[in-house]
Design a protein around this ligand. Sequence first.
Ligand SMILES: *[C@@H]1O[C@H](CO)[C@@H](O)[C@H](O)[C@H]1NC(C)=O
Ligand SMILES: *[C@@H]1O[C@H](CO)[C@@H](O)[C@H](O)[C@H]1NC(C)=O
Ligand SMILES: *[C@@H]1O[C@H](CO)[C@@H](O)[C@H](O)[C@H]1NC(C)=O
Length: 487
Amino acid sequence: MASSNFFIILMAIISSTFLPNALSRSLMISSLPHSQILNVSKSIRNTVEVLSPKNEAIKQPQQPLYSLSSSSSSSSAFVVSIHPRSTLVKPQHNNYTSLTLSRLARDSARVSSLLSTLHIFPTNFTRLDKSVQTEELETPVISGTSQGSGEYFARIGVGEPVKEFYMAIDTGSDVSWLQCQPCIECYQQTDPIFNPIDSSSYNRVPCESPECLALDISGCVSDTCMYQVTYGDGSFTQGELATETVSFGNTGSFSNVAIGCGHDNEGLFIGSAGLIGLGGGKLSLPSQIKATSFSYCLVDRDSDSSSTLEFNSAGPSDAAFAPLIRNSKQKTFFYVGIDGISVAGEMLPVPESVFRVDDNGRGGVIVDSGTAVTRLQTIVYTSLRDTFVKYSQHLPATQGFLLFDTCFDLSSMKTAKVPTVAIHFSGGKALPLRAENVLVPVESSGKYCLAFAPVDGLSIIGNVQQQGTRVSFDLANNLVGFSRDKC
Ligand SMILES: *[C@@H]1O[C@H](CO)[C@@H](O)[C@H](O)[C@H]1NC(C)=O
Ligand SMILES: *[C@@H]1O[C@H](CO)[C@@H](O)[C@H](O)[C@H]1NC(C)=O
Ligand SMILES: *[C@@H]1O[C@H](CO)[C@@H](O)[C@H](O)[C@H]1NC(C)=O
């Protein structure tokens, strides 16, 4: 018994000495701080202020905070502002709990919709944890104009003369569209509804055009290409496909960009005029303007600050880079190469294969601007939670909240020491998440929960974990960069 244990330890020492991967990984982990400080007072103040009625004008587009790369001189950079949903549509909630409930309902609908595009349907309840059951039971059936989606909005110009619109930004879909007059059905939006008659650059797209053929769902009416986009949860937009001039503040514009002119828009995206598809497919905005890269920074969703969406400006050079991986079965999603996740310097004991796309196009990890809470394969989630709990004994635990099974009562604290959750990318770089990306308030009384949840089929890095980090998609070099505090 003792000698066989000794043998195992000896083998472990030998393998960690001679296997370069294991060695470099253990060095890498020890170089990360094991905890992050959560400013509880500040975050609680935000939960109160986000609900307080105030009518500040939305800030105008700002210039990038870091200098644009000289390598982008051949193609110039385009910059527009991004705002969190709460600045555009004042939350109609009288307390933070009910705001959280509506955000989580939207988030479940979003995840179902992403999974349905991969033909992955939620598995039987019986096979899942109790926490997953709760999530499934809370998933609303979205119908009509009951909900809004899109958590972040960019200010984009359409037509000539230019009219500007708040459009939801979405890395999980390709087709850009906006509500268009005459409306068969249009939901409420902040800007006046676009009218093609007022734009000299508006042109219908013929049915046999490459843009029309690139649509997943299309139709043809008097040689005009009709589009439809459905979001998997009952919501959809349909109308005619057109080419238009799309402009980015005073930084430039592109003519002949194919966008949907939606006459019938039902379900999601309340507040915004439409959506900008930032996915990897042919019809996405980056593909159509042949952008070599794009980047965004999502500010704290409870704040009224803004940041930028930029095209063709190289991201910050200090970014932690991950390989950008494409799935031949699903061109829209941006997958990232991940080898593992650590908590407080301890690598989770899960095989690297749980982060990979399999031969059937299932699995893998995507970066999504539209999903809030990061979803991890159930075995990864369980391991993350258990390790997090092990290193959080100093925080007072409290009961769960909807899909969150790990919550803490921080009401008596001004700051809290939170174990570092770090994502380890293939290639050796790691991204230690900020404390705000790990524990989120669910009530303004000081209840916080671990903002991760289990899923089957597709892991998703959500926007709660991306907040405060500039995410750059280097399409020319197939890299995704993450830079903390570069907003
Ligand atoms: C927490 O945030 C508040 C408001 O921004 C700031 O005044 C305070 O110094 C911060 N506390 C710590 C410990 O960083
Ligand atoms: C929050 O608001 C909801 C609906 O308005 C109400 O049912 C609930 O009791 C409130 N919760 C708290 C903690 O005030
Ligand atoms: C799902 O549940 C149904 C009914 O409870 C059962 O018949 C079926 O075998 C289950 N499928 C899987 C994949 O577990």
